[in-house]
Design a protein around this ligand. Sequence first.
Ligand code: AMP
Ligand code: MG
Length: 498
Amino acid sequence: MSDSTRNTHHAPDTQDAGWRFAHSYTQLSDVFYARSRPVPFSKPSLYILNRQLALELGLNFDRFPEAELACLFTGQQIPNNADPIAQAYAGHQFGGFTFLGDGRAILLGEHETPTGNLVDIQFKGSGQTVFSRRGDGRAALGPMLREYIISEAMHSLGIPTTRSLAVATTGEPVYREKMLRGAVLTRVAASHIRVGTFQYIAARKDFDNLKSLADYTIARHYPGLVDAKEKYLAFVYAVAERQAALIAQWQSVGFIHGVMNTDNMAISGETIDYGPCAFMDTYHKDTVFSSIDDYGRYAYGNQSVIAQWNLARFAETLLPLIHEQHETAIELATKAIHSIPATYQRYWGQTMGKKLGFTHLESVDTALVESLLTWMQQNKLDFTNTFCDLSSDQQLEKEIYQDASFLNWRREWEQKLLDAGIKREDAIATMRQVNPTIIPRNHRVEEALQACEERDDVQVLERLLAAITDPFSQDADLQSYREPPPPAQRCYQTFCGT
Ligand code: AMP
Ligand code: MG
């Protein structure tokens, strides 16, 4: 594929921040990528840098002036050992298949962390690539800060996710419905290999490269399977298991991804591509935030079914590797896909059970969880705060909890805990470990983004980040972050094409 070298320059300045680049992905055939460069930007400026994450990655940016960091994090100074590429992939977007690829992202390579892990370092919003189609390759400040906030919140909640290392502004406008400020996000991921990466190579009917990609991905993310019998089938089961566990974790905190297209589903099992995602305030299983999700395809209550659908598309790509006889391959893959609901239910029971104080899956009664959720939905209650209230005798004195159906439910719950031999104080300890008191509530996220976009006031953002990265805190000073939105801000909508 073409090498779209542009006039960015190599400078030694931030080279010794500790980068240790490897380039295993580019060992694959070049059908999987195109060498690509960030475009020049007129006035780079560093907006926010995640120094804690930098430390975890073995990177130290402390001694570099901000101007140098601004050049680094807008792609104007590429680390010497980077080998920038845009990755090719395809995907089902809202059900329809398309060839895609990184239209506004550039991968610098895989950085080796102090613990020996390889993580992708990727710029998002760094300009057009050969995969840009009609897009401008750019990103706006608000959405990049939004990804930063939500991904760091997810990480603090213990949910597998890509991370955000920095956001820098480009000094150039980005044209959406209105003119916005351009920005680049530096994203860190276990990898950016997607269900869509497999769909891309399978759609080209390139068997040899399909096998190379599968072997590469197994070695990188599922090393335990390298020598497994029927390893490609085992690979399907293993990816399905990680996805099932991931979606159960999303459900347990009320996270709605919003655009679960197959190209936004990472094979590593991390949450990836934060677009129109949001956390639910008031519980309702049909909650949708995305302005373009008219039919609720990616609603809260549909996420596990969609994950299964996406995994079916994944398994289809591997059919020629699963078995040489097509009929047998289909039979084996179908069985794997049909096993997903039970796997998901197991993880869901485990995570939701813990939210009610049950430590062992065997003691969890999923009907008990379901009936609580139904009651919450009927009474339009806040998802996060209701679970927190359940571990506080004082909160349970509130009027809403004197409701007859809740009192019945509570008696049943307390009986089930007793039956499982779990004392109330132990249940409370478990619940406080898993029920966040602070999530990135939409109105607080919007408030922080507005302060940045309109007044360049980063303090609101910094305070929000401090709160959401301490999500299980009982600290009274953080109380304002626990409040649901005022009624006027309850109809929240998120937008794609950001
Ligand atoms: P997303 O919905 O952000 O996951 O993106 C879906 C596809 O559209 C991916 O191939 C992106 O690279 C591409 N894309 C999104 N925004 C832009 C943009 N502004 N310019 C070029 N490509 C884009
Ligand atoms: Mg995407």
